[in-house]
Design a protein around this ligand. Structure first.
Ligand SMILES: [Zn+2]
Length: 61
């Protein structure tokens, strides 16, 4: 399992690598759009939205 620190994930250069959120996307309900789940000091990329913070309605992961 790969853990990404919250600080590292907020790096602008990493953010720019993420796909652009399409207008049909909805905020991920599992991570509330934060793209990270877990407990303090032990955060993981949300497995539901794959670290995007949003999902396409009707698309199963
Ligand atoms: Zn999520």
């Amino acid at each position: 399992m790969i853990a990404i620190g919250a600080n590292g994930f907020d790096c602008p250069s990493l953010r720019s690598l993420l796909p652009k959120r399409p207008p049909t996307a909805v905020t991920c309900t599992f991570c509330q759009g934060t793209a990270l789940v877990g407990i303090p000091d032990q955060w993981f990329v949300c497995p539901l939205c794959d670290g995007l913070g949003w999902r396409i309605p009707g698309v199963a992961y």
